[in-house]
Design a binder for this molecule. Structure first.
Ligand code: SF4
Ligand code: SF4
Ligand code: SF4
Length: 362
């Protein structure tokens, strides 16, 4: 009887040990892949909801492709060695960037799937659709990546998906020389000019989307005129030209600016008109960079590695997470930290102060 009791006790202890070990490895798994899992859950939820509500399989495939591409990068990030972590971000940038830039922007997806017209995914394209109240791909993209989604994952688009930055991050001026004092207002001017341009074209020159909307199918490209789809060549589609010329200007100016200022992300800091839009929601982002003060040895490596010049330690000194709306969630600071003191954390907070490293001479 005594032997039996001892045996039972031993078995129970072994089971408890195994359960504890199982829970520990499950928690470790959750911790390691928490960012990837959050992004997959968000994108798959959007994909399934839009598919069911709008009854179009395009939405299911579209958001699953984007979510899986970013998820793949985020899933690789924790398993790669420090010196190779940048590859994870590059994979996500290339996959999402090429799908949206070539696939959606230039209508290649429609030629293959028959679901979507070539569309101008630049800021001007967004305003054109908003003014007509059309639920187009550009509107959905802006809503998720650049307006409402920023309250969940901040400016993750800028760090992991933007097709302009995918090229900029390949340039050799990776180490930022700091911000040019007083140059930040330029992107607000750009935002205002882009917005005014569309409003003037629509309300003064009656430039309507019936002439800008392009349609393609397996046999060719069409434009919609007076509700009728007329067969056209790609070059007759206005959306195509807006997108092509807009991107040519963006790529040229951003590369030239990076070379002049010796800063890959100069365009993001001073010129990009989308940054002001994204900064609104990003302030309240649930996902933010946080420093564990117990582990931090104040070496400053994180600040030196930050491509957006954020003074991470100033936030830490004030007992806050990095609430800067300039953070692009690139995780470079996490990669270089020698004591693993930095991580992404999840909670609600909001901060309006920007602590940025500014160049001595501007
Ligand atoms: S700031 Fe503009 S150009 Fe830079 S990554 Fe963000 S969206 Fe792309
Ligand atoms: S604070 Fe970290 S995650 Fe944010 S931009 Fe700087 S290096 Fe990237
Ligand atoms: S890199 Fe890590 S240890 Fe060094 S200052 Fe930044 S948080 Fe602290």
């Amino acid at each position: 009887m005594v032997e039996e009791t001892k045996e039972t006790k031993k078995t129970n202890e072994t089971r408890a040990d195994q359960t504890e070990k199982g829970q520990t490895s499950f928690h470790k798994f959750l911790k390691k892949y928490s960012i990837m899992l959050s992004i997959l859950i968000i994108f798959y939820a959007v994909a399934i909801t839009l598919w069911l509500v709008l009854d179009q399989i395009f939405y299911l495939l579209n958001f699953m492709i984007i979510g899986t591409s970013i998820g793949l990068g985020l899933g690789l990030w924790p398993v790669l060695q420090k010196s190779k972590k940048h590859i994870a971000r590059k994979i996500s940038q290339v996959l999402v960037g090429s799908y949206m830039f070539i696939g959606l922007g230039f209508g290649v997806v429609y030629l293959i799937w028959g679901y979507l017209e070539p569309e101008n995914m630049q800021l001007e394209g967004f305003w054109f659709w908003i003014l007509t109240g059309t639920f187009a791909a550009g509107v959905i993209h802006y809503s998720i990546a650049k307006i409402f989604g920023t309250t969940l994952f901040g400016r993750g688009w800028c760090g992991w998906s933007c097709w302009t930055a995918a090229v900029l991050d390949l340039l050799p001026w990776k180490k930022s020389p700091g911000r040019k004092k007083g140059w930040g207002y330029l992107r607000y001017v750009h935002f205002a000019l882009s917005t005014i341009l569309v409003f003037v074209l629509v309300f003064i020159f009656n430039y309507t989307l019936s002439t800008t909307r392009g349609v393609v199918d397996f046999t060719g490209f069409y434009t919609s005129q007076g509700g009728e789809h007329l067969k056209s060549s790609l070059y007759q589609i206005h959306e195509f030209w807006w997108f092509l010329i807009g991107n040519l200007i963006y790529y040229t100016s951003s590369i030239v600016l990076a070379a002049i200022l010796k800063d890959n992300r100069a365009f993001c800091k001073y010129v990009c008109p989308i940054a002001p839009l994204m900064k609104v929601g990003a302030r309240a982002s649930i996902m933010k960079i946080a420093v564990d003060t117990e582990k931090c040895i104040q070496c400053g490596a994180c600040e030196r590695a930050c491509p957006m010049d954020i003074k991470i330690l100033e936030y830490t000194d004030k007992g806050s997470r990095v609430t800067s709306a300039e953070c692009i969630q690139c995780m470079e600071c996490i990669t270089v930290c020698p004591t693993s003191a930095i991580n992404i954390s999840y909670r609600f907070d909001i901060g309006f102060k920007e602590y940025l490293a500014v160049q001595e001479t501007s």
